[in-house]
Ligand binder design. Structure first.
Ligand code: AMP
Length: 323
C-alpha cells in the first residue's frame, strides 16, 4: 500500500517566545524551582501551525503546504521543508510581513498567554490550491482563520479524511464560521480548554458528546502533559503523554501531534477506530520530539525510526499484560 499525500493549510510564522526560566539550562523545570524570577525570551523563531504539522507529517508521507509568508521569511526554511519531501509550491510569498505571534509561558511550561497576534500577510490571503493539490486524499486544516480553512476545503475534490485544528482565538472571534467548518469535517482536534469553551460544558465527556453532535465523526481532545482523548461512535481512547525529562518549548506540540497523526493515517490508508488509536500514539511521539527544543529544531531531522522508538516507549508506559 502506497503512502498517501497530505495537504496541509495553516500559518507560517515568526514567534516571539517568553519563558519563565533560562532555556539553556539542562533541566528547565528545576531551574524554575531555583530561580522563579529568571526569564528567557526568543525573538523571530520560525513557527506556525503549518510549519510544525508539515515537519512532523513528513516523517511519514509526502506533504503539500498551502500558506502565505511575507518578504521577510527566510528562504532557508523553505529549503529545509523541501529537503523533507514537503512540496512548497503552494506557499505564496506576498508583499508585506509574515504572520507574527507572541506568547508567554507560565512557570509550569504548559499554560501560556498570547501577548500579541499580527495577521500581517494573512489578512488579505486568499488560498488558491496549486495544481494537483485539490485531489489530496488527506487534508489537515491547521489552526488558521476558519474562513480560510473553508476556502481550502471547497477547492478539494472528495478527500477521504478532513481534519481540522483550531484555537480559542477563533472559537471566541469567529464562532459562526467555525460552526460551518465543524459541520463539514471528519475529525476535530482541540485542547481541553478549547473543548470547554466551544461546548460551554466543563465535563469533558459531556463536552465531547455535545461537540460530536455538531457534525464531526471524531473528536480529539489534547490535554498537554496528561495525554489526549479520542472520541467517536465506537467509544473513547486515552493516549498518555510520554514522561520527558527535558521539556524546553511546548510551542507547536499540538500541530506536531496533528502532523504525526495524519502522517500515520496516510501511511496506513485507513481511518477506522483502531487505526485512530494507533495514530494517536504516533501523534504523541511526534509532539514529544517537538517540545524537546526551541521552535521547530526538534523536528528538523525527525525520522520514521525516531517515531517508532517513541511509540514503543508509549506502549510500554501503559502495558499491563495478561490477567
Ligand atoms: P501550538 O503550540 O500547537 O498551539 O501552535 C503554536 C503555533 O501556532 C505558533 O507557531 C504560532 O505561530 C501559531 N499560532 C498562534 N496563534 C495563531 C493563530 N491565531 N492563527 C494561526 N496560527 C497561530
Amino acid at each position: 500500500m502506497q503512502t498517501k499525500p497530505i495537504l496541509i493549510v495553516g500559518s507560517m510564522a515568526f514567534d516571539d517566545l517568553e519563558f519563565p526560566v533560562p532555556v539553556a539550562s539542562p533541566d528547565v523545570r528545576s531551574a524554575a524551582e531555583s530561580d522563579p524570577r529568571a526569564t528567557t525570551s526568543f525573538k523571530d523563531v520560525v513557527g506556525g501551525s503549518a510549519t510544525y504539522s508539515a515537519l512532523a507529517a513528513s516523517a511519514f508521507a509526502p506533504v503539500r503546504v498551502v500558506a502565505v509568508v511575507g518578504r521577510d521569511f527566510p528562504e532557508a526554511t523553505l529549503e529545509t521543508l523541501r529537503s523533507r519531501r514537503i512540496d512548497t509550491a503552494g506557499i505564496e510569498r506576498a508583499d508585506g510581513l509574515t504572520f507574527r505571534w507572541k506568547g508567554r509561558y507560565h512557570a509550569d511550561l504548559v499554560n501560556r498567554d498570547t501577548l500579541d497576534t499580527q495577521l500581517n500577510v494573512f489578512a488579505n490571503f486568499r488560498p488558491r490550491l496549486a495544481s494537483g493539490y485539490g485531489d489530496s486524499p488527506l487534508v489537515l486544516l491547521g489552526n488558521i482563520h476558519p474562513e480560510l480553512q473553508l476556502e481550502v476545503l471547497e477547492q478539494t475534490t472528495k478527500p477521504e479524511l478532513v481534519v481540522a485544528d483550531t484555537m480559542n482565538f477563533w472559537i471566541t472571534g469567529e464562532p459562526k464560521t467555525l460552526a460551518k467548518l465543524i459541520a463539514r469535517i471528519d475529525l476535530l482536534i482541540i485542547n481541553d480548554e478549547e473543548a470547554r469553551l466551544l461546548s460551554g460544558i466543563h465535563n469533558l465527556a459531556r463536552a465531547a458528546k455535545e461537540i460530536l453532535s455538531r457534525g464531526p465523526k471524531g473528536l480529539i481532545i489534547k490535554r498537554g502533559e496528561h495525554g489526549s482523548l479520542f472520541f467517536d461512535k465506537d467509544g473513547v481512547f486515552a493516549a498518555p503523554a510520554l514522561l520527558l525529562e527535558h521539556v524546553v518549548d511546548p510551542t507547536g506540540a499540538g500541530d506536531s501531534f496533528a502532523g504525526g497523526l495524519l502522517g500515520y493515517l496516510a501511511e496506513q490508508g485507513k481511518y477506522d477506530h483502531h487505526t485512530m488509536r494507533r495514530a494517536m500514539m504516533h501523534g504523541t511521539a511526534a509532539a514529544s520530539y517537538c517540545v524537546e527544543a526551541v521552535g521547530t529544531l526538534g523536528l528538523s531531522e525527525l525520522s520514521r525510526e525516531n517515531i517508532r522508538q517513541r511509540v514503543e516507549r508509549i506502549r510500554h508506559l501503559t502495558h499491563v499484560g495478561e490477567e
